[in-house]
Design a protein around this ligand. Structure first.
Ligand SMILES: Cc1cn([C@H]2C[C@H](O)[C@@H](COP(=O)(O)OP(=O)(O)OP(=O)(O)O)O2)c(=O)[nH]c1=O
Length: 196
């Protein structure tokens, strides 16, 4: 089996990959991704590709001949808005004021880059969508949650796995997809392609 590299600095993605028993190393991306698409399922696939591609190029420059790289990206989509990580506390409050009491979608795009000795790298990209329904939050509750600091490194300014669980009414789809990596689908995609 080739080396498996997770192209991510996200502690949640590391934890999820570990949970399914995959042995891997981490090489986080350094570059700022460039978004050229506008639909959420296109954005997450494009950005996950860029993350996997950056680490694939780095390894190739280092003379590595065979490896598998996994890149992922998550956004929240509500009505016609696409939300990444909040830029400020104010931004986080705005996002949560929109999401509370409503149903939104979480999209995670994943790119698997597979490189074999003397072969060009092959890229596989897919996405998963999960619907998340939230209970209403008062503006005081939104402020208190933002002040906890939890929203700042998370798409849509909340963590379903953290304190925000108090406001989650239900989901339709893969829970792990909301946390940042749809490991069930990822495992199956890797198994189908003999990458495990
Ligand atoms: C909606 C939601 C998102 N998130 C996280 C998952 C992602 O880590 C983050 C979205 O940011 P991303 O830009 O997808 O990823 P990242 O910057 O954390 O990590 P990297 O680019 O190095 O891989 O939001 C949660 O942890 N819980 C949630 O409920």
């Amino acid at each position: 089996m080739n080396r498996i590299i997770l192209a991510s600095a996200s502690p949640r993605r590391k934890e999820l990959l570990k949970q399914i028993g995959i042995e891997y190393e981490v090489i986080p991306c350094q570059k700022e991704e460039k978004m050229t698409k506008s639909l959420p399922y296109e954005i997450v696939q494009e950005l996950s590709y860029q993350k996997a591609e950056e680490v694939c190029s780095l390894l190739t420059k280092q003379g590595e001949e065979a490896f598998t790289v996994i890149g992922a990206d998550t956004v929240v989509s509500f009505m016609d808005m696409v939300m990444g990580k909040p830029k400020s506390g104010e931004d986080a409050c705005e996002m949560l004021n929109r999401l509370q009491g409503n149903v939104h979608q979480v999209y995670t795009g994943v790119t698997i880059c597979s490189k074999e000795r003397n072969e060009p790298a092959i890229f596989y990209t897919f996405y998963e969508k999960t619907d998340v329904s939230m209970y209403p939050m008062s503006s005081e509750e939104v402020c208190a949650y933002v002040e906890s600091g939890e929203p700042m490194d998370k798409a849509g300014a909340y963590g379903i796995q953290g304190r925000c669980a108090a406001y989650i009414q239900g989901i339709c789809g893969d829970y792990n997809n909301v946390v940042g990596l749809p490991v069930g689908r990822l495992y199956q995609e890797m198994k189908t392609r003999n990458l495990l």
